[in-house]
Design a protein around this ligand. Sequence first.
Ligand SMILES: Nc1ncnc2c1ncn2[C@@H]1O[C@H](COP(=O)(O)OP(=O)(O)OP(=O)(O)O)[C@@H](O)[C@H]1O
Length: 599
Amino acid sequence: MKYVFYFMKRLYSLSGRILYFNLIGMVLISLFEGVGILLLIPLINLSGIIDVNSKSTPTISWLSAFFNDFPKTLSLFFILGAYILLIITQSFFQRKQTILNMKIQQGFIRYLREDLYKSLLQANWAFFLKKRKSDIINLMTNEIMLVSAGTSMFLQFLTSIVFTLIQLGIAFWLSPQLTLFVLLFGIAIIFFSRKFINKNNKLGKETFELSQSYIAGITDQFNGIKDIKSNMLEKSHLKWFRELSINMEENRISLVKLNTISQFVYKIVSAFLIAIFMFLSIKMLQAQPAQLMLIIVIFSRLWPRFSGIQSNLEQLGSIIPSFKALIELQNQCYESKELNEKELYLVKPIVLKDGLECRNVSFRYNLDEPTYAVQDINLQIPANRMTAFVGRSGAGKSTLIDLIMGLNHPEKGQVLIDGNILTSENLLSLRRSISYVPQDPFLFNATIRENLLIIDQNANEEQIWEALEFAAAADFVRKLPDGLDTLIGDRGIRLSGGERQRLVLARAILRKPSILVLDEATSALDTENESKIQEAIERLKGTMTIIVIAHRLSTIRNADQVIVLDQGEIIQQGQFNQLASEKRGVFSSLLRKQIGISV
Ligand SMILES: Nc1ncnc2c1ncn2[C@@H]1O[C@H](COP(=O)(O)OP(=O)(O)OP(=O)(O)O)[C@@H](O)[C@H]1O
């Protein structure tokens, strides 16, 4: 329950006084309902079926006595008029309260979503290295809805408690013994339903895990749909999907079975209870008709409330795992927070003057394992020059670039920007001055123009075309039927690999960064475009610091310095031709392996 209270506290801090208004509304509505019970008494008396004036029911006889002084027809009009007025007022408040409840609930969902999304965006790279993306998507979609439904269920639960308490008060005033009896049994039943709540909680955990596997599975599969289609893997995926669907179906049915069995037991126990009580009242206690009427009214009003509370508790039990998972994710985000929202708007890019430096930098992904991804790295990346990193797969190139960009932080040693140690103070300025083109560039399912403007919303037509020209992308964009306004599909699926890369390169340039990081950005380019880009990089060389991770060694022929990494260490460093001439070095062996490269 502590998880539910956590969200209730947040709901209170968000809604504040409105929550009180809501509660007052609930009290008013239940008061009207309570008065409705009271009105039944003179009505019964007037009908002449039952005499309520007997001495045995002193608490209620005054009400009937009050109407005895009026003519019968007038009283009837009065009572029925009061009844209509009561219903109108109650319905009016009920409507207001429903709208208020919805506003509170929707406001809370929006707040939860925004807060979680913001925390996620503010978390550092290490957080995303540890987290599975699909788990985050699951929490942002399914679980957050469950949590908000759970919170409103808790509000409903509170409403039920308020309703019940007020009706109990009225019932107690009418007949204390009877009410105590109902109350005792109600509490006993809620106490016994603890077992059901725990079982619901267990099934809820299962629901959460299944939903996580489902989202993870379908995300992975549709990301790899080309593999599935081309290797004809449909059969095994279909089998996985069917099995998971069956498990999900069984889980939902088990939940309903559990809930209905508890309701079933509850109803049977209530029926026995009411029967026993009626029997005792009629045979042993010789209850008066008016008392019997009250017994029926109280039972029919109060008993469903207990049932509502019990079923609310059970349902809450099944949602607790979602509450817990959301709190855990939020806490992990807070622990990994690397920036504030304010900083996002205030941060200014730096203009690199001298360059970047790594001093004795070492880094491990897993502190429990002895192997370092990069170790004892000492290097200078001079400003406005081109530095290329090469090495076999797994040599540590991407890891080192991530450290230089401040995505990961060195376990030992330091990264320096113009002689200043990279800390949380200057990290964002550094990032703001970098344009990064990843191996697998990301494009949105939007137009080319929208994809470009993401990086600089104020860029004009001329700047856009300039960037496209630079990246050798202008020609293909011009040929598209809608030019810059062409829709490029999911992740740019309607473009070729090379076109995608050139577009992302154009986007990177549009920002006019101080540091341009290209992670194998030319791997999907044909020779003609590659040489165009090489020329463009040549032109840029004096104006920005260019860092390239290259597999195609021909693209870095004109780099100012080439750094060769192997097993996380720098093993060679120098100019292209100088390294190529070291015949025994890893670099010349890499060169030899690349067919068509002449040294
Ligand atoms: N997220 C990670 N968690 C754990 N280990 C990792 C992670 N990323 C990389 N590594 C390990 O760190 C080492 C360096 O990897 P890195 O990706 O930096 O190499 P790389 O030279 O960029 O390789 P490639 O050219 O294939 O991209 C490898 O041994 C790799 O297995």
